[in-house]
Design a protein. Structure first.
Length: 248
């Protein structure tokens, strides 16, 4: 069987969105990370007391769905981000393992507090319509929000670190001009999200308890900042590789 050098193998890798997929086959790191995210989602499911015994309990369980859905989408967002990174770079070195384990640690540590934070927020925002897992005071809701911001910021910084690591390996990975642009701009995307989360965390800590929950509205600015940035990225990507969308 003919053996190929890494440089020759690059031409055999599948191409997705103009990026050569170096990690098409799942690595042990990716499998471990996927299993951790799956377990975290299981914890979300079983974070309730159990199956309802009365219609009133069933109704209460239905009202808990929004908090579960938001928590679930949060986990899926970071799982997918890690999946894209793993497939594009296929790295399995010690530093990749360390950073991925930190991501897993963050997910496992914050999964239940995240669910409580979202449930507490919905209870506060709906004036008590949605259930809260526990009674809380204005001081408590401030703590809930602080936990969420720390969790989100931690995972954003970890993804930022992964892209910085990929950039440090750009020579050994033989990233072409388009792939280098993608890596650099994805890193910038995580910088924007990290900065927004850090600013929101700061405002939550310094604002009075009664209005500190409103600091979370800053996340709404991500729709504008990321939308503008991604629109600019798209134009530059087409300039670098007009046919990148034709690669499957």
């Amino acid at each position: 069987m003919k053996s190929y050098s890494y440089e020759e193998s690059l031409n055999l890798f599948p191409v997705r969105d103009g990026f050569r997929i170096r990690g098409e086959n799942m690595s042990r790191v990716e499998v471990f990370t996927d299993a951790a995210f799956a377990f975290a989602i299981t914890l979300l499911v079983f974070s309730n007391d159990g199956l309802p015994n009365t219609f009133a309990e069933f109704t209460l369980l239905l009202k808990d769905i929004p908090a579960f859905a938001i928590s679930f989408s949060q986990l899926v967002f970071f799982w997918y981000a890690h999946r894209v990174w793993s497939q594009r770079y296929g790295l399995e070195d010690i530093k990749t393992i360390l950073i991925s384990c930190l991501l897993v640690f963050s997910v496992m540590t914050f999964v239940v507090p995240l669910k409580i934070s979202f449930a507490g927020f919905l209870h506060w925002a709906s004036n008590g319509y949605f259930p809260s897992p526990m009674p809380f005071t204005p001081e408590d809701i401030k703590i809930f929000f602080t936990v969420f911001h720390i969790a989100f910021l931690s995972m954003c910084l970890i993804m930022l670190w992964l892209y910085q690591h990929a950039l440090s390996k750009r020579i050994s990975l033989m990233l072409n001009e388009f792939e280098l642009f993608e890596t650099q701009t994805h890193k910038t995307s995580w910088v924007i999200m990290s900065f927004t989360s850090a600013l929101t965390l700061l405002l939550t800590l310094v604002l009075p308890n009664e209005i500190s929950p409103f600091s979370g509205m800053l996340y709404g600015t991500l729709g504008v900042s990321m939308g503008l940035y991604n629109n600019k990225r798209e134009k530059l990507k087409i300039a670098l590789n007009p046919n990148y969308k034709t690669h499957l």
